[in-house]
Design a protein around this ligand. Structure first.
Ligand SMILES: NC(=O)C1=CN([C@@H]2O[C@H](COP(=O)(O)OP(=O)(O)OC[C@H]3O[C@@H](n4cnc5c(N)ncnc54)[C@H](O)[C@@H]3O)[C@@H](O)[C@H]2O)[C@H](O)CC1
Ligand SMILES: [K+]
Length: 491
């Protein structure tokens, strides 16, 4: 998995890479600039819009200057506005500045006429990961001007003003795309920064992941290439028992959809036998959404050991009494998935947290998480609280949202790369619970079940939303689960 290192460590990685590969930092800046231009050109080459590049005094500014040169070579109309005397800028900035070809309009900010043609493309290369204090003076004035403009606005590496590892501490450039180098900086993954970052793109500049491994501090980014290794494979002689027998407890009267969605998602994820137990007086009156689902009546006296995995909570309601809730942890000693009202019940009876079987998977969304651990000032604090909850109770905490976080009991924190805004729809969480429980029931180690469940859930959402966009519903996510296995070639 790709380590997410700190902004401060980026310089050390660069130095390590340059000395091992015997290249100069200027060469590395050139690869960064080339990867940016390669990424940008396919979608701007036909529109012929003027490009304004704003370059600060450090190496982020240097990237901007190198990009100005490359775009000019590709016959683009380029305006470069730089902020500080060239002699006071970083060495690589200066070297690139002296290589600028003719035909680019170059102005220093304090004498620039301030004119930006309508519908221009704005490239923000003011500050990168070297930001160390809030924007002020000319930098603040510039970003305020740029934030008022519409059109395509792209940040190089990180929106200027945003620190790499912390919550924003002042005015920040508002990008609609951020093209970041090599790995996502931690702060680019915070939900409160979504409006600053826009769509996130990760550009490879040639540094191999193992250069990042040396600086690894427990944060990782989960990509498609990583996820295959966490799967179990099955063969021609596998039978339905191998694929697991799972049960879902939830769905009070009026919310029968919840465990139906979980159960159906478990079937589509590959479970052999799926039971659903509605929390209703006569559970057998409910009609499952697909005939492959079996109904089950649970009581606090019956052992649940016949099941390989259980998922509890979707649509359960808060009328579940404490003794019955507690009895589940005594009747099922293997890792389970706890979601929705299962989590709300834990928030109501926090003394039961220590009774949860080790390595169980808790899947709060932000509100449920707040009920469990209280409010957080920002996402950084939330990430730390999720990790503490996981470590203290030896459970896996999946904090749902854009870039869902998987906090493992050993302290590792994994951020997911799949999914999109269209997944914020009723029942999407019930689908995740179904998928996670299914993987557990198929004999996946809980950590692997968490990783595969979260990744495939996001990927299914991406696939389903292609043809549905805002009209996508949770059932569409379920229908796309099989395509995720086909896409990853998991047999
Ligand atoms: N491996 C890579 O990812 C590569 C990244 N590159 C780019 O380099 C920048 C980081 O460059 P660095 O020079 O370290 O930092 P900045 O450009 O952000 O500028 C730092 C510069 O600015 C001063 N400063 C900081 N905050 C302020 C402020 N609020 N007001 C005024 N001045 C400020 C600080 O003192 C420094 O002088 C990275 O993001 C990439 O874009 C390389 O191109 C190649 C490899
Ligand atoms: K920037």
């Amino acid at each position: 998995m790709l380590p997410i290192i700190s902004g401060e460590q980026v310089q050390q990685v660069d130095a390590s890479y340059c000395s091992t590969e015997k290249i100069s930092s200027l060469d590395l800046m050139e690869s960064a600039a080339i990867s940016f231009v390669d990424w940008l050109m396919p979608w701007i080459s036909d529109c012929n819009k003027p490009i304004y590049i704003f370059s600060g005094p450090g190496n982020n500014g240097g990237d901007g200057v190198a990009i100005a040169r490359l775009l000019k070579y590709l016959n683009q109309t380029v305006h470069l506005i730089y902020m500080k005397e060239v002699a006071d800028c970083s060495q690589d900035f200066q070297d690139n500045f002296h290589r600028l070809p003719n035909g680019i309009s170059v102005s220093k900010f304090d004498v620039w006429d301030g004119k930006i043609e309508k519908d221009s493309i704005i490239i923000d290369a003011v500050f990168g990961v070297g930001i160390n204090r809030p924007l002020e003076g000319p930098y603040l004035s510039l970003i305020k001007i740029l934030n008022k403009l519409g059109g395509l606005k792209i940040s190089i590496d990180i929106p200027s003003g945003l620190p790499a590892d912390q919550a924003a501490f002042g005015t920040v450039f508002k990008a609609n795309h951020t093209a970041t180098f090599q790995f996502p900086k931690l702060s680019l993954l915070f939900p409160e920064h979504a409006e600053l970052v826009g769509e996130l793109h990760i550009l490879d500049i040639g540094i191999h992941d193992h250069f990042l491994d040396k600086f690894e501090r427990g944060h990782f980014y989960l990509r498609q290439g990583d996820v295959l290794a966490f799967h179990r494979t099955f063969h021609r002689f596998s039978h339905k028992g191998d694929f697991g027998k799972v049960l879902f407890l939830g769905s009070e009267l009026g919310k029968s959809g919840a465990i139906n969605l979980s159960g159906y998602a478990a079937l589509r994820t590959g479970s052999g036998l799926v039971h659903i137990a509605p929390f209703m007086e006569d559970p057998f009156r409910m009609i499952p959404i697909v005939p492959e689902l079996m109904l089950y009546q649970d009581s606090s006296k019956t052992s649940l050991n016949q099941f390989d995995a259980i998922g509890i909570g979707p649509g359960w309601g808060m009328d579940v009494d404490k003794d019955y809730f507690q009895s589940i942890f005594a009747r099922f000693k293997k890792p389970m998935v706890i979601d929705a009202d299962g989590l709300n019940l834990l928030a109501k009876y926090p003394e039961l947290l220590k009774e949860i079987p080790q390595n169980s998977i808790l899947t709060p969304h932000l509100k449920e998480f707040e009920r469990l651990v209280g409010e957080s000032a920002n996402h950084l604090e939330r990430i730390e609280k999720a990790s503490s909850l996981a470590k203290a109770n030896k459970v896996i905490v999946i904090l749902k949202g854009a870039h869902t976080l998987i906090a493992l009991p050993d302290g590792r924190k994994i951020f997911n790369s799949t999914g999109n805004q269209y997944m914020a729809t009723a029942g999407s969480g019930d689908v995740l619970t179904g998928m996670l429980t299914s993987f557990l029931g198929q004999g996946y180690a809980p950590e692997n079940a968490a990783i595969c469940g979260v990744f495939h859930h996001g990927l299914a959402g991406e696939i389903a939303s292609k043809s549905k966009l805002r009209g996508m519903i949770a059932s569409d996510i379920i229908e796309s689960i099989p395509d995720t296995f086909i896409k990853l070639n998991v047999l």
